[in-house]
Design a protein around this ligand. Structure first.
Ligand code: NI
Ligand code: MN
Length: 232
């Protein structure tokens, strides 16, 4: 099955498979680089990696308009249901797998560890930060989400990752140096950068990153501009 992976700027990704759309960490209305506004995006499922504003900002608006099912760590799923009237949500935790409620395709997410913090915008505790391995039919996409490098990424790679999406912007997450090491740990076929060039403190030199991925790992780097789509 063909999967379309579209970068909506910052750490927001749209994954389309068949007639279904999955959104990861929608941050559109207040993002200086998003090519669309929240009102222009539809979703069946919204994955949320952690509680920071640049990951949760537009979740409730899109979920409540589309009836999308929100998948997040337990504390964040509950926060959306209690404080933002989100009707359909699944709270899970790190290590668990959830079969996505998408008719006609076999899709699931496994929640992976991430080394990062996770307070929600109103100060509520957001559990711990997480990443996701998204499996759609025979393809596996690993979204590390906001994280530092950690050596257990080697275990994540053992399941056979087709595409890894790794932060490279530094300061709040790993930067270029550690994302090259992470790519070696995960050993995906392709790797895409995320969480960079949104604001000056997380600017990243993508030509330099691509060159290092090509020479120091066996993965192919794929750099998108906001709004561009990569087909897997
Ligand atoms: Ni964060
Ligand atoms: Mn972030």
């Amino acid at each position: 099955m063909e999967i379309q992976l579209t970068w909506l700027g910052h750490a927001t990704w749209k994954i389309e498979a068949g007639s279904h759309t999955i959104l990861l960490d929608p941050f559109l209305n207040d993002s200086p680089v998003a090519p669309v506004k929240a009102a222009e995006v539809d979703a069946d499922v919204i994955l949320v990696s952690h509680g920071h504003f640049d990951h949760v900002a537009d979740v409730a608006e899109i979920a409540n308009r589309c009836g999308a099912h929100v998948v997040a760590i337990y504390e964040i799923a509950q926060w959306f249901q209690t404080n933002h009237a989100v009707e359909s949500a699944t709270g899970m935790n790190v290590g668990g797998t959830f079969a996505l409620p998408l008719e006609g395709i076999d899709a699931s997410v496994k929640m992976t560890p991430a080394v990062h913090s996770s307070q929600l915008p109103d100060g509520s505790p957001g559990g711990v930060a997480a990443g996701f391995i998204l499996t759609i039919e025979d393809k596996k996409i690993y979204f590390a989400c906001d994280t530092a490098l950690f050596s257990d990424m080697q275990l994540i790679g053992r399941v056979g990752i087709d595409v890894a999406v790794l932060p490279i912007g530094d300061l709040f997450t790993m930067g270029i140096e550690d994302s090259v090491l992470a790519t070696g740990f995960i050993d995906p076929k392709q790797v895409l950068p995320t969480h960079y060039n949104t604001w000056p403190p997380i600017e990243a030199d993508t030509p330099k990153w691509s060159e290092r991925i090509k020479t120091e790992t066996s993965a192919d780097p794929v750099v998108l501009q906001p709004g561009e789509t990569h087909v897997i």
